[in-house]
Design a protein around this ligand. Sequence first.
Ligand code: KG4
Ligand code: ZN
Length: 358
Amino acid sequence: RYYATILGIETSCDDTGCAIVNGHGQILGEALHSQTLVHLRNGGINPIIARDLHRDSIDSIVGEALAKSQCDISNIDGVAVTVKPGLLASLQIGVKYAKYFSRKYKKPIIPIHHMEAHALVARMYEDIQFPFLVLLISGGHCLLAVAKDVEDFLLLGQSLDDAPGEAFDKVARRMKLRNIPEYSHLAGGRAIELAAKKAKDTHSFQLPPPLVRSRDCNFSFSGLKASIGRTIQNLEARHGVVGAQVIPQVHELCASFQLAVTEHLMHRTERAMEFCIKKELIPPDRKNLVISGGVACNDFIFESLKALGNKTQFKVYRPPPPVCTDNGIMIAWNGVEKLRKGLEFTPNFDLKDIEPQC
Ligand code: KG4
Ligand code: ZN
């Protein structure tokens, strides 16, 4: 049981992912199809297009992962699949495929919570004992939680409006970063991170820090987004920027926005650290913070959180960046962890048990 080998399937948003992972945390095979380029061209994710693209690639992605693994299907102990949260039509493609695979090869299905998978995959790379603090920052989510066990999470706070990745994506679109060839193929957050590196001054534009007076661990990004939107509008008017043209201060704007988002993440995370120690949710001799989700790929944010960790004596972990974004590895690993805990399989998992984003 301990050394179980699990095939994981992820289709909750805009990445079709599959991986085969064993109980040693070895990735036997992996395949991923990203829809980023299509959605960039359309100015955002269209759920119907996302579903159709998942449907087009799921069979070949699972086939590719299996072929790379050179694993005999008889050696696979179960199929882990994301069942929530996510886009309903996209989730259904993965779950239907998992059901088909389960029937055909007589494998049990392990339903997976996408955010729990993001949180726990760091344990595949490092020996991080429960409980630990986790900050999940992606295109759909922003939350702070205490991971107490494989299926036991205490939510400390979440975004009251946009997720940080969503804010990065919208601001990148508003700044027309796609019209600059070196960023045209990149997700908004990645484009902003690279453009920010070219800024002459990081503090050129002051943005109002969100939720300064609220004494909880929640987040808000819509104020920052609106504020930078107004700044962009004023600059466009002042410089006569029209159509596909980009404002001359684009790099400084990116740096200022990235800094404001980072400082907000740091403030809320520091609050959560203090709360966890005060309430003894985290042992004082084992203070660990895991960050994951697509926005955690951002090195400026990661380094800033590491600096916060130095100050508060928290050790800060992040999975390798390609594993921070959506993928099949984290789903398969979560299946391994559930099996290892002896958590029961759901033999007759039903499509109606899928839960869309709430
Ligand atoms: O976790 P993920 O792949 O999908 C969701 O579950 O949302 O995250 C995608 C998000 C996008 O909004 C993208 O702009 C953001 O992660 N992202 C980044 C970076 N790379 C991807 N944000 C900031 N900096 C990056 N380097
Ligand atoms: Zn995700």
